[in-house]
Design a protein around this ligand. Structure first.
Ligand code: NAD
Length: 365
């Protein structure tokens, strides 16, 4: 598809191509929507097969951030950037400084953070040239590792789902199957264990599984079979696209709620879950704790304020379940509605953000 057709399809505000000869920087910044505030999103570095692939990816990711920030109640818009290159071989401090210089010219309309293929060290180089970055380490006055807050948000989302399905939000005595014991998964296991849940865990890293078994009394499972475990909650915390035509018939859970992005291979798989009576907590709602944490750097980081906001993911998930019932739609559709309603409301009463021109109210689809 032609690039302007792609921009028109979801009414993107901006797509900026960035180039710096001396450092070899080639990248793009996509700004989808700034109705609620400046666009915030990570900077991804990836060896894209070509420019078109990079454009499609950065646009898709930027739009996803609009929905995530809006549904999380943040006064932020959606944006993302990509750098074309291999993060293992093509990085340099000079390249990220050049990236920072280009961000500075955008005047704060886009705020970058680390993402797949980039690190806080890379962002620190960009920060030498611009103030429009977040995701600094705690030592440098930043928000630090987002994973504990992502896990806390997932825990709150699980509690909301348990309340809906079993009438009580407590995880005590519930069986939770966790796929992936990385930064988020392990923190989540700790929170669940503290509340008295029975854990069944899988990871391709045997040492992580052994640790969970030893420290938390978790029962190990085969990574290929964890999705078919009989449990109350299946928590995908490793890969995306785990819910698809082949895996849906294997599921033996009542709830799917985890940190992974893009859990549904396609939207129609969310409908299939609803038909099977499995409650799905939409990924970008339940895993917003990390975004809320990093956004907390804007205006001065206050850990307690961030914690309170992340605890609010419980109520967000409850609201989405209610919307889903009201409109007889699956939760992932209700999540989109929640985000769109918030943006439409901001457009109609003229608050807050850097603000696009009036008349964009029906533009998100
Ligand atoms: P991570 O890389 O620290 O952990 C992922 C874990 O999954 C690793 O331990 C890895 O060995 C394991 N894994 C990989 N393939 C597996 C498989 N086939 N079966 C079982 N385990 C497998 O990543 P993370 O930061 O913990 O993030 C986990 C997920 O949550 C990712 O999808 C990420 O995009 C998403 N997420 C993370 C954050 C955050 O704050 N870190 C925020 C939002 C979303």
């Amino acid at each position: 598809m032609d690039i302007f057709d792609l921009l028109a399809e979801h009414d993107y505000e901006d797509l900026v191509f960035i180039h710096d000869g001396p450092t070899g920087l080639k990248g793009m910044v996509a700004i989808h929507d700034t109705t609620l505030g400046p666009a915030l999103g990570g900077c991804r570095m990836y060896p894209y097969a070509g420019e078109h692939e990079a454009v499609v990816d950065v646009l898709r990711l930027a739009r996803g951030m609009t929905y995530k920030a809006a549904a999380a109640g943040l006064d932020l818009g959606g944006g993302k950037s990509v750098i074309l290159g291999d993060p293992r071989t093509d990085k340099s401090g000079a390249l990220f400084r050049a990236f920072g210089r280009r961000l500075e010219t955008l005047g704060g309309n886009y705020i970058a953070a680390e993402d797949v293929g980039t690190s806080t060290d890379d962002i620190a180089y960009a920060e030498l040239e611009t103030g429009h970055v977040v995701g600094r380490s705690r030592e440098h006055g930043g928000s630090g590792d987002p994973a504990p807050f992502t896990a806390l948000g997932v825990m709150q989302g699980i509690r909301a789902c348990l309340g809906e399905v079993y009438g009580t939000p407590s995880a005590e005595g519930r069986t939770v199957a966790i796929q992936g014991l990385g930064h988020v998964g392990y923190h989540l296991c700790n929170l669940l264990h503290r509340e008295g849940a029975r854990l069944i865990v899988a990871d391709v890293d045997g040492a992580a599984v052994a640790r969970a078994a030893h420290e938390l009394g978790a029962t190990p499972a085969d990574p290929d079979d964890i999705i078919a475990t009989e449990c109350d909650v299946f928590a995908p915390c490793a890969l995306g696209a785990v819910v698809h035509d082949d895996s849906i018939p294997r599921l033996r859970c009542s709830i799917i709620a985890g940190s992974a992005n893009n859990v549904l291979l396609e939207d129609r798989h969310g409908e299939a879950l609803a038909e099977r009576g499995i409650l799905y907590a939409p990924d970008y709602i339940i895993n917003a704790g990390g975004l809320i944490n990093v956004a907390g750097e804007l205006g001065g980081y206050d850990e307690e304020r961030v914690r309170i906001r992340v605890m609010g993911i419980h109520d967000s998930v409850q609201r989405i379940i209610a919307l889903s019932k009201r409109d007889s739609v699956p939760p992932h559709t209700a999540a989109d509605t929640l985000a769109e309603e918030r943006i439409s409301a901001a457009l109609s009463d003229g608050r807050p953000g850097t603000g696009p021109a009036p008349g964009r109210a029906s533009r998100l689809h």
